[in-house]
Each structure stands twice: as C-alpha cells, then as structure tokens.
Design a protein around this ligand. Structure first.
Ligand SMILES: *Cc1c(COP(=O)(O)O)cnc(C)c1O
Length: 402
C-alpha cells in the first residue's frame, strides 16, 4: 500500500484528528463499520455498567493496579535521578496489551458480534486477544505472517491452546503489515458479524482514540502512585513506542502537566539506513498507512520501507497519529535506542533489580539508564515497563550467548 500525502486544515479539528494526523483512510465498505464502532464505543464509554465491568476484569482478572517499583540498586549504581518502574509486566499474559484487549472484547460483546479477528506481529496481541475471547466466549481468528509464525512458534501454540484459529499470511514480507492487510480484507467481507480487535493506538478513527482510552489506566494509576510515594510529579516518563499504545497510555494523564517531560523511545535497530531500524521520527515522513495519516518509513516513491528491530513489538513502519501530533508540537520528545543498547539494558535490569524486561520495554529502560546519571538525585524518572522478558528468551539466549 503506497502512502499519499493528505494534509487537512489544522484550524478545523475533527474527531479522530490529532492536529493534522489521524483520520480515516479506508475503503468505502468500511466507513459504515467504523461509524457503528465509533457510536458503540461512545455509548459504552458513557455507560457506568460497562465501565464497572471493565474495571472489575482489570482488577480481578488482569491484576490491576500494577505496582510502581522503586529501583534502589539501579538508582544507586547510576548515581543520579531516582528510577521507578510502572510494572505492566506483571499483568496476566505479560504485558499492557491485555488492558486494550479486555476493553475491546467487552465492546465486541456489547455490539452483539460473535466473531473477533485480530492481527499480530510477535504474537503478543494475538495471545491477549485469544485470551479475552476464551474468557468472553467469542470465536477468535488471528492473522499472522508466515515469517512471524515461524519466529514466534510458542505464541502460535499458546493461541491454539486458547482456542483461537491462527491463519498464516504468505503475501508481501509475510510479517505484521501483511497480517494487518489480510485482517482488513476479512473485516470488509464479514463486517456484520465480525469485530476487528486492533492491538495498538493505530489505524482509522476511532481506533487510536479508543485504544488510548483503554490504556489510560496506566497513567492514571501512575500519577496517584507517584504522588503517594514522592508527593510530587515525576521529572520524566519514559516509554517505548511501537504503534504507541503503552506510551500514550502512560503519557496521556500528564499532557497538561507541562513540567513533566514525556519521552518516547523508538527502535534504532542496527543502523540509521532505511530498512535497518523502526525510528519513524528519525527517518520517516508524513504519509498514510493502514487507515491513518502519521509518520511513515517510506522511500521517495512513497513505498513502505522494511524495518528492523531486535524487539518484534517495535518493528512497524508507522506510529500512532497522536504521537505524531505530540512530536510536532514538541510536547513529547522522541529518541531512539539501538539493538545493542537495549540488550545491555536487559542485562543491567536483570542483575540489579531481578526483573527481566521485554526487549521492547528494554528500549525505555536503556534511555533511563542513559539519562539518570546526568540528572540530580532530586529528579524522578518513571519507566513504563510494558512487558516481561520471558517471551524473548530465545532471542536473548542467542544474542547474549547465555
Ligand atoms: C506490543 C508491545 C509493545 C509495542 O506496542 P505499543 O503499542 O507501542 O505499546 C511494547 N512492549 C511490549 C511488551 C509489547 O508486547
């Protein structure tokens, strides 16, 4: 899918637009479905029963609230800012993705849809979706590129055990973007019976807004917890950015608190050449990919570039549109961290704190490790630890020669 430039007038904000970004770039057959979804979501959002049911599942099923852990030894070793971790790694299925999957799963049920489809890259979102479908008694089909199915066999087996059908995708690069295209095709065909459960703050409106709302709980808890522990707001919040859902969930509650720096970390991969990384704000340009207008890694003809990262969850050519707006306004800062530095951060956190971070989350940990020594002991850095590292043990064993 080639990207095209579609600027809109930023002085005329519309729902689903973040500055000039976001919007809805989809085949006409999906417009009615997105309208139906938008209205159902607005109703659910305002419905106390829906919110109470979701809060109940987040607490008693997923394990919220997640702790805010002070890293005593890491802080002492680095000798600067205090480092805290928001522990999304402790949630059921091992990452923040369950927050969104539970919210959208309940919405699918409320809309009377009996069949749920999803796309997955590394398989984490597929596992979260399959989990929620089992819990709520929904049929589940997950699209996954053939290459990813081979790389992430354990997650394929987990999904099957949970009762989901995993459909391999053999077109294009046989990875995430091809799986998304295939899921979109399924949705166009089966739109009346089927709910498309999207995994990040990406895609056509209302997905970026809805997914952000389901992940906002991270920042809400974080704010309350840091005020309890430190009686002040943090100096900065650091989060890794794939599609952008864990980062926007951690940032959103603090956007109006201008003194809090919001730092997103993209995958710097193994080099700065196009194809070697997934740092959309370093090498990307505005364009349309998979329903939304945002920064996209593309060549001069607007063809989507290949991406690389040691962490499968950060390896995507586009970024959520709200991040594009936060980037351009300067409210959030975006940096990148390369594969080797992320791997070092895994080892460091494992050996100082006894916590194995997901490779995605390790990118944020690495940035905190870089910043902390240059800051004062009165500064506070909170890292959103989006997931745990168990899923990455195969890669870690190979890369670190364990
Ligand atoms: C999927 C994933 C990510 C990247 O997705 P975002 O939408 O950017 O949060 C980050 N961390 C973990 C652990 C993941 O599983």
């Amino acid at each position: 899918m080639a990207s095209i430039i579609h600027p809109v007038n930023p002085s005329e904000p519309r729902p689903g637009r973040f500055g000039v970004y976001g919007g809805r770039y989809v085949p006409e057959t999906l417009v009615a479905a997105l309208d139906e979804l938008e209205h159902a979501y607005e109703e659910a959002k305002a419905d106390a029963t829906f919110q109470a049911e979701l809060a109940g599942l987040l607490k008693d099923y997923a394990g919220r609230p997640t702790p805010l852990t002070f890293c005593k030894r890491l802080t002492e070793q680095l000798g600067g800012a205090k480092i805290y971790l928001k522990r999304e790694d402790l949630l059921h299925t091992g990452a923040h993705k369950i927050n969104n999957a539970l919210g959208q799963g309940l919405l699918a049920k409320r809309m009377g849809k009996k069949r749920v489809i999803a796309e997955t890259g590394a398989g984490q979102h597929g596992v979260a979706t399959a989990t929620v479908c089992a819990l709520l008694g929904l049929e589940c089909v997950v699209y996954m590129g053939d290459v990813d199915m081979e790389r992430q066999e354990l997650n394929v087996l987990r999904m099957r055990l949970l009762g989901a059908e995993v459909r391999g995708v053999s077109s294009g690069s046989k990875t995430l973007k091809d799986a998304i295209s295939e899921a979109m095709r399924d949705w166009v065909t089966n739109v009346r019976t089927t709910y498309y459960l999207l995994g990040s703050a990406l895609g056509a409106h209302p997905y970026p807004t809805m997914v952000r709302d389901f992940q906002r709980v991270i920042g809400k808890e974080l704010k309350q917890q840091i005020l309890e522990k430190e009686d002040r707001l943090p100096t900065a919040i650091v989060a890794c950015v794939g599609g952008g859902s864990n980062a926007i969930g951690a940032f959103y509650e603090f956007i109006a608190d201008r003194q809090v720096r919001l730092i997103g970390v993209e995958a710097g991969g193994r080099g700065t050449a196009l194809g070697e990384h997934a740092a959309r704000f370093q090498g990307g340009a505005p364009g349309v990919l998979q329903g939304t207008y945002s920064y996209v890694l593309q060549d001069e003809d607007g063809q989507i570039a290949l991406t690389h990262s040691v962490s499968a969850g950060l390896d995507y050519a586009s970024i959520g549109p709200e991040h594009a707006a936060l980037h351009d306004s300067g409210r959030a800062e975006y940096v990148s961290c390369d594969d080797a530095t992320a791997l070092d951060a895994v080892v460091k956190l494992a050996r100082t704190e006894g916590i194995l971070p997901a490779l995605e989350s390790a990118h944020a940990v690495a940035e905190a490790i870089r910043l902390a020594p240059t800051w004062a002991p009165s500064d506070i850095l909170v890292v959103n630890l989006s997931g745990r590292g168990d899923k990455d043990m195969g890669i870690l064993a190979r890369e670190l020669k364990l």
